[in-house]
Design a protein around this ligand. Sequence first.
Ligand SMILES: [Fe+2]
Length: 1073
Amino acid sequence: MASVNSRSINITDNLSAKRTKSIAAFAAASRRIRKPRSPCFHPHRTQVLQEKPSRQSPATPTPGESADMDDVGRGLKAAQTSGMGSESAGNTIWKCSIRSTTPLVGDTGARLSLVVIDTDSEERSPVIKVDSWRPPREITKSDGTRGWEREGAVSLPAGIKAPGAVLVRKKGGASQETGAASQETGAASQEDKGGASQDKKGGASQDYIETITLVSATSVHTVNANSWVSSAHGWRVFFSGFAYLPKDTPLALRDERQGELKALQGTPETRVEKRKDTDRIYWFQTYNDLSSGKSGNLVRPVLGGSKELPYPRRLATNRGNERDGREKAPKNKEEYWLQQDDKFSFDKKEDFQGASMQGLEAAFLALLAEAADTTTPSAAALLPTAVVGLAKQVVSTITHKENPLANFEDFQDVLAMYMKASGSDFKKLLPKKLYPAEATASKDETRSGKASRFKTADGAWNFELSPDKAAEVDKIMAEQRVGPVYDSATGTPAEGTHSSFEGDSKPDASNTEERLGSKLFDFVKRKTTSINEYFSFKVPRVLDGRPDAWHMDEEFGRQMVAGYNPLVITALKQLPERFGSAIRGDHVNADLQGSTLEQLVSEAAAGGKPRLYLVDYWALSTFWADMEKDPGMPKGKVQHAGRVVMYLRKDKDGNDTALIPVAIELAHPNTHKKNPKLLPTAGIVYSRSQLSGDSRTLAVWRLAKMIFKSMDSSVHQLGSHWNRTHCVLEPFYISLRRQISVMHPVYKLMAPHFRYTLQINRDARMRLINADGVIEQIVPSDKYAMLYASALYRTTWNFATEALPEDLKARGMVDPATGKPWLDYPYAIDGLDMWSALTSYFDTYLRLYYKSDSEVLEDTELQAWWKEVKTEGHPDLLKFGHRKNEEELWGFAGPIPSIDKLQRVLATIAWVASGHHAAVNFGQYDYTSFILNTSSLSRRPMPEPGDADWKELTTAERLAQEGIILTYLSDPITAAKVSSTVSLLSHHSRDEQTLDEVNELLVDPKARAANQAFMTAMKQLESAIEMRNADARNWARFGLAMGDTGGPLPYTLLSPGSQAGVTMRGVPYSVSI
Ligand SMILES: [Fe+2]
């Protein structure tokens, strides 16, 4: 009789582990966790090399009683009453159950085989064939999702008491057999050769397996697979959840550990082979897939691999290359390859506001086609093939010069984007302090009704399809979304299929509803979001209750420390002329409350509190010469470069009250031709004190701020957001999968910080950062956008300074004596608390497994990872001489030498993926969708003193002046496009994992306790942030200096928890949107 004293629930690793709903649930689960089997907790465990037992003939299983695996107690009872645990010829009868979350159709659950491996005895079971079990049955889980379960009794050798791993194989159908067993994991037994199948045409048979549960009379062991098992794979191994350093791996699992890594690494040959859907190989590739066409204006240079355009690597997709080294575009616009387990869950995909980015863009274009009344096909016909071809045709038609959508007419016209959402409160959005009393009013500022194709009589934008057309579009969008689910029902996994539906589809039916399955169709229909909702913009929080905030200098400065891009500001510790700027004391002294530029700079340089701050975007001049020569650059986009100097204002008692811009320096490609005496590094200086006091030149000052924010928008999106989070993290994950086993404690700690990153980055390469993608369309640099991203990586990115404290130090934003920020800097203040909790957690966790620095040095998997990240993932900066040495780029040279350094490396990655990304991602809608606050485009060169544009602006009446300003900023189509896109990107999905939630990959109790302490710290941080936001002394949160029309805007972007939706708060573990 097998006897194990305690029951066990082993939870293993998988990136897409389902989220635990609450801490209480975690605590309850923890109480049920069996004592660990990690050698770290069993120092006296003897590891004796034993000969593997000879294979036994397959057991003849006895069907067991039905049992609900959600109920451990009932499961055990069922096992006992059904004879589980009884011995037979030295074997013990267990009950085994396989669960999936995909629909029960086709051959799901069939032709699966298992081998169970014991951790301690190293004994392996004979091959268990599930086809002798009862057929799979449909199940509904407590959260309402449906799938299938297949269970049966198995006879395991008596030596198997603590399964440490389960090998799983899925055979193909008869027609797919090739007779060759895959040895991918090195696990298949000889006797099974000839059984495993692999369809070389890619038509593999596969199952999504969520869990495999083994129940004996006294114990329950659950292995979480959460992965697709394919007939193309041969044997797959899934381990129990306990963590082991490589040297501590139980002997029974060593080969499997190495075999699994080898399968993910591939060989030098297979790494570069064309990818099939079922492939699992991770390898690196340059960004050679950004072109959207074979030639002409849709070709983009390769980023990465050259001195001129260094860049991190991305996941290799291997579609084959064109002659010039660019990767071929996928055929028939199919999705770029991605390992199936890295794809979005169905919930996540659904939460892309009910559609993928492609759907969104398609809907948008369909609407534009309608609005422009072109002869393009109907929206319904357009949708399935939208985005490419017709897209340009449509856009070029409606952005025609005479098109009424070319410009907003005045500021209220911009606000009208929110008229529908604000309803009777619309008037509260209108600014009250826009003009000084003496400003010249227009003769007639009453806005008479002028309904048009694009506007209603009350001036609201009418960005809507007719009800008929909208319904037609909705129907097609619903079908599009059903597609992947339907695909999965045929046994072919596709995008986001980790959910299940009724399996009542009729594949051959001509009627859509029948073909998709009526219940499934109903489900999707109910969830359909009307296309019209994409064009009903909610009031952004930067405006809501703060009608005058956007035009105030105090708000401009506040956003540099508490807005969407709070990590570019630096303390000014040298005179601007030292770095080639034209800003001088005359421009700023009048705003410095009795001090001078020279005084304040020298005080800061001597170690005193800085009162002047700088944001320098001169790097945006990098490609001016190329853009000027390029006939492919569109007209009407102007890339400015420049700087802003800000002053930290104080009250009579010396308390800080606001950060205000005092001088803005701007230049564009023609500035130096018009001003030959100007230094090449300098622009035209716009002085607050000289411009904002005069009602005529106030417009110039406002425009200078707006043009600056346009630059800020580009640097935010390309630098702070894409480059510094999404892009740089990808190689760390590719190498993690290749070099560090899922059994490794570092894998278990870090995997949640990469959840969905590969998919969101792949989607970005397909639709956002590619040639003519959304980013190129909405920024002034257009086809040079990603070249700027490469330039920013080349000039500014160092891993060593991505750790928050180092970043703040490098920018001079903290007092070196205390490490505390010099000023009310919410991003830094909340971020440092988060950083501190993160590093403390990581330190505790790592010391559970590493007992000395030498154990870190000798960890072969870890060091292979770190070396590969540097040499294969981020090779360019050192290779091409952009950095002096490894210390500058990585913080230290060579292998990771100590636990402290390892903690710093991992915490930096985790911070970038969580806090840093959340801070720059989830405020995008509320700050950057409203073009008066932030316009992504600048369409005209900034006027210079005395030129015609300056005269035009300074002599116009109010409304005309507003209309002129708006010709410099984003047009309505771009504004709507940006709003739609950033709304999507600011959105938390329902299955998001935020830092206040458990890392389910951790099983060892001490590791769980460390995780629990971190979660508690995150809850405490939420409370601390709330209190800071309620304290009127915190000018950057409370906004007191801005008065009642400015109003407070609490800083919540680093509050860890969030509901689903656009919430302007919540810190997910990973870059997943
Ligand atoms: Fe993001």
